[in-house]
Design a protein. Sequence first.
Length: 296
Amino acid sequence: MQGTRFTGILRDVTAVVVVAIFMFPIFWWGLTSIKPINAIFNKDKVVFFDFEPTLVNYQVVLFGKSRAELAIESGSTFGVGGGSTYDSRQTILDSILIAVGSTALTIFLGVIAAYALSRIQFRGRQAYLNWILSQRFMPPIAIIVPIVFMFHYVGLRDTIMGLIFIHTLINLPVAVLLMKSFFDDVPVEVDEAAMLDGATRFQIFRKVILPLVTGGVAATAVLCFIFSWTEFLLSLFLTNTIRTLPVKISTFVTSTGSEWGFISALGTSAIVPSFIFILLVQKQLVRGLTLGSLKD
């Protein structure tokens, strides 16, 4: 009994330590975002809490304020430089549009394809599934050059629609494979029973099967949104004037140094949409992530 209790306490302590290790970078990221510049670049010691919090970094990147004007207003000119290039309002709007658009398109195509692959038997089906899986294994850098040329010739380079298409292309294999596993967990007898009642294949898919895999759709949508929201390489090569959040953050590393205050403020803000999305669908997400793992 004593050994069992000790094991439980040890497990709990280990879990807390592991979570703390993984959460500390996020905590430090958020803490840096409210530090004044002299606390961020303090060479004498690491500053944890002995500083006066400031929202200057958020005002610059989220509201387009000039860092120079804010510094003068506060009576401090330490590290003052340009501020106009750090305005990220348009970047945030573009990133939301691209992530939501690519997620919606991926789910629409992926759900239909996954249902067909789950229910229709045809020659070479397993080989086709393996080919879909291989598309996700392929690193984006291997296809970036032909993709850039193709997008340039069809007029999709440096456009929001082009980024929506390429993010859909990257996320579609994951969506198809995940959704297929969820559809596979729904017995085929459900389809057959609905057919006996006179339902068409489309009616079965829309009114019978799809409501049963809502959790899987939610889980897949969350993953696709996060993948699109954080994608960097393709967005970097396929855009000049349109910038997603990861690309915008990379521009804060300049020849005169890294703007860690602005980087941490924009990075912390970028976490918020994903966090809210997960909170809104957490029940469906848990159900969806466990649905595909339950086998008879």
